[in-house]
Design a protein around this ligand. Structure first.
Ligand code: NAD
Length: 267
């Protein structure tokens, strides 16, 4: 329970107690990490304050990574403030994504240019921005982690532009791992199975995907927050010191199933 003792890190993406970022924060806290949290907007701040107290987080910052002009340097300013207030970082968790709900249904073919750019900016490029800024204050090396989903590799219903964003995110992980490896900074992703979060619920037909994955996955279960949190603990702690550039699946084994057994599908 001491795997993160002496390590300080930033966790981006807590919206409520069902957020994957919150599951990760909990496991890291139990392992003695010093945790810094961000919230996207003032509306979410009220919900985050009581959660931050549960993980003994003393430093809470607002950070919206969207394209709006006022957010142009939001990530750079965040890291600058952390450097000033706290000092160096040992790890960063990037667990955020956004796309217009109206385009997480129907055809990918109908994706608008504006939502394509905004989805990729928030959900993909923000990780590269975080990596660039945060790596400057990771003087002793460290570990960066982002969250992805299997809709990057194969189609899943209505995931559409988010699948494209996640494919680019997973490729970003590989390139960033090469760029930052010489600084002993590792870069990995967790590909989580479907989970009941605000972001998860934004995808039309999420319930069907959730039930199908649960039925077909070898473990007969979608991941819970603790399982994803523990995988994150492995990737952020020194016990994974030889691992970088990887997308690690926490999906009950769904990834390996090609054609499910006949009794599992109605065809
Ligand atoms: P969530 O809704 O709890 O978290 C999403 C977070 O993104 C929220 O905290 C929100 O404030 C933040 N966010 C959105 N737009 C932002 C912006 N412009 N600036 C700053 N923050 C912004 O949902 P979640 O499921 O915990 O999502 C976390 C990550 O996990 C996402 O990358 C998501 O794609 C990924 N993921 C989710 C699932 C799932 O089934 N829920 C599966 C695999 C991967």
């Amino acid at each position: 329970m001491n795997l993160m003792k002496g390590k300080t890190g930033l966790i981006m993406g807590v919206a409520n107690e069902r957020s994957i970022a919150w599951g990760i924060a909990n496991e890291l806290f139990l392992n003695k990490a010093n945790i810094i949290l961000t919230f996207q907007n003032d509306g979410l701040k009220k919900r985050i304050i009581p959660l931050s107290e549960k993980v003994n987080c003393k430093n809470l910052y607002k950070c919206d990574v969207s394209l709006k002009p006022e957010n142009e340097y939001s990530i750079e300013n965040l890291i600058e403030n952390i450097k000033k207030d706290i000092g160096d970082l040992d790890f960063v968790v990037h667990a955020l994504a956004y796309s217009d709900k109206d385009e997480l249904k129907g055809k990918y073919l109908d994706t608008s240019r504006i939502n394509f750019l905004s989805t990729l900016d928030i959900s993909t490029f923000s990780f590269t921005r975080v990596a660039k800024s945060a790596s400057k204050i990771m003087k002793n090396g460290g570990s960066l982690l982002t969250l992805t989903y299997a809709g990057s590799k194969k189609t899943t219903p209505n995931y559409n532009v988010m699948g494209v964003a996640k494919a680019a995110l997973e490729t970003s992980v590989k390139y960033l791992s090469v760029d930052l490896g010489k600084n002993n900074i590792r870069v990995n992703a967790i590909s989580a199975g479907p989970m009941k979060t605000i972001a998860g619920a934004a995808i039309t037909g999420a319930r069907h995907v959730y039930r199908y994955s649960e039925k077909v996955a070898p473990l007969k279960k979608n991941p819970d927050l603790q399982q994803v949190g523990n995988a994150a603990l492995y990737l952020l702690s020194d016990i994974s010191s030889g691992v970088t550039g990887l997308t690690h699946y926490v999906d009950g084994g769904l990834k390996v199933v090609g054609i499910p057994d006949q009794d599992l599908v109605n065809v």
